[in-house]
Design a protein around this ligand. Structure first.
Ligand code: NAG
Length: 393
């Protein structure tokens, strides 16, 4: 007869501890194993979707690996409601869109994540090859609207590090209806005259953080739409492009407001605007409040500080009413550098809801080595310390 040694009884749980990590081992999925081809011409869409299906079905954390090389993808949607909340995608290669812009150009997005929770993307270069669609748009012909390169919708706990997006057809990255999104070390590059190629667009989302990112594009560097709250941007470099914009707001009568947005440590190089809030001149219950712009350097920026509540690009089909959007509690702190036009600070607010609680603290903007000008309409607030051009609040 044998008796179980007490020592073994003691060791059993320990033994289990050693074994258990392998039970919950990471599911690793290399897209090459599912038929992806790194040659830039074979369609790898199905292979990526196959790897995603397995990652999403896995009850343990999963990791998708995209090795070096160029992978051709059509429109692809990574649909969520997955069985785990830890899918990481590591991309050493480049994702390329088909040469013919019509293949992806009629869809909202090229690469879309929807209803996902706990997805991280490390690295990767996304090349949507948008130049031929821009040329079509700039020629005035009728063309597809174009696809956003990378979108996250109705998702949470998203982490994106070291991703590069070049030559998007439309917006490069869109965050819509999301919570807790962190983007770090993102690079966006598109030509300064490419239409609607916004770098990162955030709307109807809370807890989005964008850090250490460099955005060169033809439209807004970061655009912040209705319903963006608790948004933090730090160490952002913009230019060429249209700068960081809150808005356009007031597109609709009923619209979610923008609240608690911070831009800290940003540099704008040769952009059309620096830090801008814009709304259409029409009735709306929208608002923008508790906004902070801090430690900003302007280098030859056309409109460094601007609130434009008569926004109407190209002056075509302007609503020509009064903006209902209420802009309040906006702080500009330590904003310095050069303006490319004489009016460096321009507050053109709504006569119905004048801007209130504007705070200028340590603003030094020059125009051609001389004093710049400030212009105020329906704008109220206070200034502290050195403010050049002299505040008109
Ligand atoms: C404002 O947003 C930041 C994140 O950007 C968050 O940490 C902070 O708690 C928010 N403040 C309020 C009052 O919600």
């Amino acid at each position: 007869m044998t008796t179980t040694s007490p020592l073994l009884l003691l060791l059993l749980p320990l033994l289990f501890l050693f074994i258990s990590p392998s039970l919950s081992a990471l599911t690793k999925l290399n897209v090459l194993s599912y038929g992806a081809k790194p040659d830039g011409s074979a369609d790898s869409t199905k292979a990526f979707l196959a790897a995603w299906a397995l990652a999403c079905a896995s009850t343990t954390p999963a990791s998708i690996y995209v090795p070096r090389g160029s992978f051709l993808l059509r429109n692809v949607k990574f649909q969520g409601h997955c069985n785990n909340r830890a899918i990481s995608i590591r991309i050493d290669g480049t994702l390329v869109a088909p040469v013919d812009y019509r293949v992806i150009g009629n869809a909202d997005s090229w690469v879309a994540f929807q209803d996902v929770d706990g997805v991280s993307i490390f690295g990767g270069k996304f090349d949507a090859r948008g130049a031929s669609l821009w040329a079509c748009k700039n020629s005035g012909n009728s063309c597809p609207g174009g696809a956003t390169t990378l979108s996250f919708s109705k998702s949470k706990n998203i982490f994106v590090v070291g991703l590069t997006s070049i030559n998007s057809q439309m917006f490069h990255i869109v965050i819509n209806g999301c919570q807790n999104v962190k983007m770090q070390g993102v690079t966006v590059t598109a030509s300064g005259n490419s239409p609607n190629t916004d770098g990162i667009h955030v709307q109807l989302s809370s807890g989005v953080t964008i850090l250490n990112s460099k955005i060169q594009t033809g439209d807004d560097c970061v655009s912040i739409g209705p319903g963006a709250t608790n948004l933090w941007m730090e160490k952002i470099t913009c230019g060429p492009g249209h700068g960081i914009s809150i808005g356009s707001l007031g597109k609709d009568q009923n619209e979610a407001g923008v609240q608690n947005v911070t831009v800290k440590t940003a540099t704008f190089i040769g952009t059309q605007n620096g830090v801008r809030i814009k709304s259409w001149a029409r009735p709306s219950n929208g608002f923008a409040r508790n906004i902070v712009f801090q430690h900003v350097t302007m280098k030859n920026v056309q409109n460094p500080i601007v609130i434009d509540q008569n926004y109407c690009p190209g002056n075509k089909n302007c609503p020509d009413q009064v903006s209902g959007v209420e802009v309040s509690d906006v702080t500009y702190q330590d904003i310095h550098g050069t303006s490319a036009t004489q009016v460096a600070v321009n507050f053109d607010c709504s006569s119905k809801h004048p801007c209130s609680g504007i705070r200028l603290e340590g603003v030094t903007l020059t125009y051609k080595n001389d004093v710049a000008a400030a212009s105020c309409k329906h704008a109220g607030g206070t200034s502290f310390g050195v403010v050049q051009p002299t505040s008109c609040l």
